[in-house]
Ligand binder design. Structure first.
Ligand code: SF4
Length: 445
């Protein structure tokens, strides 16, 4: 028999760890339960997939680090040889995470202070946030809720859900409920279905929203069973947490198609993160990829003052620079609103470049994204809106103290004063003090 000359085997790429999932059958790889059960949690598991840096090793060996659990699918997007890979940086801790910073807070958005009961945050008058689970498919290193997310032993119970739904049912001004966590799409479909059915049975709940990162971390989870559950509860909206264009793989695109085809309006929320997406061109590419997949960029958040996230923070000027590079340079509906979620419960405050340069009675002076300066002539015959005869104005309801500057503009209030302002400015003349003759003469002079 003739000897067959074999091609010499290609040596593995230099130093590259063997791919541990090479022999996993496709049926398992595409099963979200397998993905969850096989998440990478330990330093040993991660070392099989990426070349760990000393900084990553320090963090993974520390008992203080926030939970680590990375589905094999998401880990397969990481560059094993690049410690700065934007996928890797979001889920693999580094030693920087262990370094406290001066302004950090445990509950930077004061959610606990706005919770009438466990898991329910009622910050705004007409909408509430329902935290239904503490579990996520993976754990973002900058998570705002790291104080309660990720602990496998802490969970909300059926009784908590019932109490939350009862509160919403007895609070008629709540018309919009955001279900979040943790990640609601990690829950069993049956449990999620019960919560959605409970909310949908409340006549004054007009809109239900789900906040999730599952389509990014675990796109296999967007299966028929879940879709059939969600589509029963329209109008149901979904905000998905995307930070980088590299997250939008063919698997994620397939998941987004299923969600959009089910009639679910999709939005994206991003966090501005140093070393990950603090670049106008990355954000532009993310925006375009999202729009191609029927996802509208919704918010770009300034990174919160959360413990462990100090090294991800950027100056606010970086956010302004990104907004300046997006506005006018791409479709308006591809531009998120850049916000600071104000510490101590101030809520989302939009921050944007200044386009209004000046104003007189007759004109406003504005500039566009190119620096072109123009004037807009104000109308001279504008008839102000008749609030007294407008049924919408007459029926509008609001909670005291929440109208802010809008109340000044509508004439409801004359001023807004910081606490203690009146006392400070109510100055009384002190009792006259009798001074010695020479000193009095000096004072008079
Ligand atoms: S998915 Fe959301 S809740 Fe979960 S760790 Fe990331 S930011 Fe936190």
């Amino acid at each position: 028999m003739e000897d067959i000359e074999r091609e010499p085997e290609e040596p593995p790429a230099k130093g590259r760890p063997p791919h541990p999932w090479e022999h996993v059958p496709a049926a398992q790889w595409n099963d979200w339960r397998w993905q969850l059960a096989n998440r990478l949690k330990s330093i040993e598991q991660l070392a099989e997939v990426i070349h760990l840096t000393p900084s990553e090793e320090i963090a993974l060996q520390s008992s203080k680090h926030f939970r680590v659990a990375i589905p094999p699918y998401f880990a397969s997007l990481m560059d094993p040889n690049d410690p700065d890979c934007p996928i890797r940086r979001q889920v693999v801790p580094t030693a920087d995470e262990l370094v406290p910073f001066e302004a950090e807070m445990e509950d930077s958005l004061a959610e606990d202070a706005h919770s009438p009961m466990p898991g329910l945050v009622h910050r705004y008058p007409d909408r509430v946030l329902m935290l239904v689970t503490t579990q996520c498919a993976s754990y973002c290193r900058y998570c705002t809720r790291s104080r309660l997310v990720g602990d496998a032993h802490v969970q909300f119970s059926q009784a908590d859900y019932q109490r939350q739904i009862a509160y919403i049912a007895s609070t008629p001004q709540v018309r919009d409920v955001l279900i979040s966590g943790g990640d609601p799409l990690t829950m069993p479909v049956k449990a999620l279905d019960q919560i959605l059915a409970g909310l949908r049975s409340i006549p004054h709940v007009e809109v239900i929203r789900i906040g999730t990162r599952v389509p990014v971390f675990l796109p296999q989870r967007i299966d028929e069973e879940l879709i059939n559950c969600l589509r029963k509860y329209h109008p149901l909206w979904m905000n998905i947490h995307f930070n980088h264009p590299k997250e939008i793989s063919p698997e994620v695109e397939a998941a987004l198609t299923k969600l959009a085809d089910a009639g679910i309006p999709l939005g994206s929320q991003s966090v501005l993160l140093a070393g990950i997406n603090d670049c106008p061109n990355i954000m532009m590419e993310l925006s375009h990829k999202l729009l191609r997949n029927r996802v509208r960029p919704y918010y770009l958040y300034q990174c919160d003052l959360v413990h462990g996230a100090g090294h991800f923070r950027t100056p606010v000027s970086k956010g302004i620079e990104i907004m300046e590079a997006l506005r006018g340079h791409t479709s308006g509906f591809g531009i998120p609103t850049y916000v600071i979620d104000a510490p101590a419960g101030g809520g989302k405050i939009p921050i944007l470049p200044n386009y209004l340069l000046s104003m007189s009675d007759s004109r406003v002076v504005v500039r566009n994204y190119e620096g072109f300066i123009s004037t807009y002539s104000q109308p001279t015959n504008y008839r102000p809106h008749d609030t007294k005869n407008c049924p919408y104005c007459q029926n509008s309801a609001s909670e005291g103290g929440q109208k802010g500057v809008a109340a000044l503009l509508s004439g409801e209030r004359l001023e807004i004063t910081p606490e203690g302002w009146h006392e400070t400015h109510h100055r009384e003349a002190p009792e006259p003090v009798s001074l010695p003759h020479r000193q009095r003469a000096k004072v008079i002079r």
